[in-house]
Design a protein around this ligand. Structure first.
Ligand code: FAD
Ligand code: UDP
Length: 378
């Protein structure tokens, strides 16, 4: 083989396809799970409902190259994703926007709306940590409400830390929006692969130059030694793209990179609708952060409905949970850098992916990065 790709998630699948199409004759994809798709994997549960095994995934992008690329492998079920939060028995739109403002502060909303527009401009997307710095007492009142009722407890559950303690980029993903738009994302393209993610990945990996080995842990076959790559004991001089956890690959020799994890609890109900929304966030109470009802995401028509609750957990290697979210801070960046330098010793060994790069990527950002690496390698 000419290229080895480790992992069949979005990073591994896109680069495998791209390299295969652009002239690499033998691309081997090694995947330790029994299925392709990585965390985007979806499957029909025992009640015939299409569910996302590793948490709800909604595709959204403004990147034309990515949209065009993925559209070669799937048609789309288009919709604009909206989320509500349950606060004090009421469901309010999240991100907090001008509609939410009018629900929460009906008497002062007109006045505050004008102030927010004057201060930040119509359509602005203001991170909560920025809004809190505003000195106008009415704007501060809104900021305190949003911080207390939308961010504080949800973030404590998700990260075990307050919004002020974690990387500010995390809460900035759900800004206060100075408009009437209830959309969770602002991207031009939003939706789901019409026949599911797994089908999209099947199409992507279906190429005469690609071979996929499932249920195989690459660490049992591949090692780096003195800047050289060995596959089953033999020197391998082609490119290796690794999309798994980098600390695991190097046997945690510099220490484990910290992650947050999740436990998913799926429930089926013999009724057509459970919550009337695709996602409800629990921002003040309950142990779980959100409930997703899949049929509202996928448009599936069915007599029953399946939901999933997400319970955040701290991640410890070997305890049966998966590493989902890198905890980005200076200390962890320094530790990651040690692994990155180690990996760099082998000229043809490339790190690509949310775990390999210890970085937050959405599906579209990951696909874009994979296409860029393919550009570089070809
Ligand atoms: P992964 O999907 O994790 O794929 C890596 C693959 O490598 C895995 O299949 C793994 O089994 C395999 N592997 C690892 N080590 C080895 C080894 N040693 N040998 C062989 N195989 C190995 N993004 C969005 O755009 N929209 C969303 O709504 C969204 N929701 C999310 C919800 C949750 C709960 C989470 C955790 C993430 C969400 N994301 C979402 C992000 C999305 O999941 C990632 O961007 C994407 O999955 C990253 O792809 P990847 O290929 O880097 O990693
Ligand atoms: N967040 C929150 N309340 C919400 C939604 C989000 O506190 O109702 C915070 C929380 O810290 C979360 C972050 O904003 O981790 C990013 O939210 P997002 O929905 O992007 O999280 P992801 O989809 O990555 O889990």
């Amino acid at each position: 083989m000419e290229v080895i790709v480790i992992g069949a998630g979005i990073a591994g699948s896109v680069i495998a396809r791209e390299l295969a199409e652009r002239g690499k004759k033998e691309v081997l994809v090694i995947e330790k799970r029994k299925h392709i798709g990585g965390n985007c994997y979806d499957t029909y549960d025992e009640h015939g409902i299409l569910v996302h095994q590793y948490g709800p995934h909604i595709f959204h992008t403004s990147k034309e190259r990515v949209q065009e690329y993925l559209s070669r492998f799937t048609e789309w079920y288009s919709f604009r994703h909206e989320v509500v939060a349950r606060v004090g028995g009421q469901l309010i739109p999240v991100p907090f926007n001008l509609n939410t403002l009018h629900i929460v502060f009906p008497k002062e909303a007109d006045q505050i709306e004008q102030m927010l527009i004057m201060e930040y401009g119509e359509g602005a997307r203001v991170p909560i940590l920025t809004l809190q710095k505003n000195e106008n007492p009415l704007i501060r009142k809104v900021a305190s409400y949003v911080y207390e009722n939308i961010f504080l407890k949800y973030t404590m559950k998700q990260w075990g830390q307050t919004p002020k303690e974690i990387d500010p980029a995390v809460t900035a993903r759900v800004p206060v929006v100075i408009s009437r738009d209830n959309g969770y994302f602002s991207d031009k393209y939003q939706g789901m692969p019409k026949h599911g993610y797994t089908k999209m990945f099947e199409q992507m990996l279906d190429h005469e130059n690609i071979k996929v080995d499932l249920g195989v842990d690459a660490r049992e076959h591949l090692r780096l030694e003195k800047g050289k790559i060995y596959f089953d004991g033999k020197l391998f001089e082609g490119d290796v793209i690794y999309t798994g956890a980098i600390d695991e690959f190097f046997d945690y020799q510099y220490g484990a990179l910290p992650y947050r994890s999740l436990e998913f609890s799926f429930e089926y109900f013999e009724q057509p609708d459970f919550q009337g929304h695709s996602v409800v966030n629990y921002t003040v109470d309950e142990d779980y952060t959100r409930i997703t009802e899949f049929k509202h995401l996928t448009g599936q028509q069915s007599e029953g409905t399946t939901i999933v609750k997400e319970y955040p957990r701290s991640y410890e290697q070997g305890k049966g949970l998966l590493p989902y979210y890198a905890i980005n801070n200076e200390k962890n960046a320094d530790l990651y850098e040690k692994y990155r330098q180690h990996a760099k010793e082998a000229e043809h060994f490339y790190l690509l992916g949310r775990l390999a790069e210890y970085k937050y990527y959405n599906i579209d950002g990951m696909a874009e990065r994979a296409l860029q690496l393919a550009d570089q390698l070809i």
